[in-house]
Write a protein that binds this ligand. Sequence first.
Ligand code: CTP
Length: 446
Amino acid sequence: MKKVITYGTFDLLHQGHINLLKRAKALGDWLIVGVTTDNFDLERGKMNTCNNLMERIDAVKATGLADQIIIEEYKGQKIDDIQRYGVDIFVIGSDWEGKFEYLEEYCQVVYLPRTEGISSTMLREERPNVTIGIIGTGSIARRFVPEAGFVESVSISAVYNPRESQGKAFCEEFGIPHLACSCEELFEHCDAVYVASPHYTHYDYTKKALLAGKHVLCETPLVLCGQQAEELLLLAEDKKLVLMMAHKTAYCPAFIHLISILKSGVIGEIVEVNASVTTLTDEHSEKLDNKRFGGSMNENAVFPLLPIFKLLGTDFRNINFYSKMKKGVDMYTKAVFRYDTAIASFQVGLGVKTEGNMTISGTKGYAYVPAPWWKTDYFEIRFEDQNQNKKFFYPFSGEGLRYEIKDFVSNILHHGSVYSKIVPKELIAMAEVQEMYLRGKNVFLI
Ligand code: CTP
């Protein structure tokens, strides 16, 4: 029996795919089709697929052309598959001409002509597009625009900055079509808003945008008061709008997998979480302005709060904060949480530098995420017996904002049905912790 194998993403399955599968099948007696996993595509820098793995497998199955479907999940797998399944012919479209000579050592390699005039990319481009208006044009917005370029079905349509000259320069630099003179004007030119203004303005802008019927992606921290977080989440729910905090760690592949691995019990019962985020900052920076809610807690606390809440929940008994102050803001704060069966702590600093790693300790082992853990592509699970240690590597492309943008856009296009990477309870608890600190509850100065 002559076995033929071919691979592809098969996103939004189209006539080009069907033609290729038919021609591949005609070359032998048994056709194996390898469909790439979502993670493998991410690793190859392809993060714009519209159908997930199951949908893509189902679509290939429905053609009735594949005798066997396998999934492709790692680089180098093609050689393994060819040997494992005793494949005679490897087939791929002519767009890959010259890329698979290395397989000739194992089987015959055939490039089949591509069907002209159709591709998944073309079909994706025809799908609905989400337009985003940006409020604020600081350093994070500057990183956001190029990152949005890696995400399908999104475009930046307008910008608003109360300091008009800054907004104008931003539009010119990034080729953004519309400079709005007010929030209201911005809302007229977009479906969704990215709030990238100083944090003391987040509540007002987010509320205005939601009331105007716009989805909102708000920079960290969402707000600094529990009741405000609750109000905004209720408003979004009521208006059936997506409201997300732009916490890039929550959306990055390594962090998501770390949490699921630990939740599955590999390190036993989790007894302590410790994470540190410090960024030495210029003394004159707005991040240290006490009139604008500057300081280490306001700036950075939501980062370590995420793994703490994900792993230990939000029902802590109490928190003590220890702060080193300068000119009315905390240059450095250590927070210690007491849970019923665990403890957690974090360090945040703008004027003190620490090792920015994270460790999660359990009864059977521990997880170590090296600095900067909040934008990691790598972590280790370590045990008493070092032979059991395991290292995990993931993609973390560019500035890492593309993952949160992709989630935001898919959530809008799928009417809010995408699983929330930070659930409302966690968003509210984050704001409550910030509020506790601002009110001085259990804050000890050093
Ligand atoms: N293919 C083809 N003719 C097309 C499109 C794809 O023969 N018009 C072939 C590819 O060469 C490959 C297989 O179909 O052998 C699966 O390709 P895939 O990358 O999934 O499809 P594309 O439409 O090329 O996807 P994209 O636009 O995302 O690159």
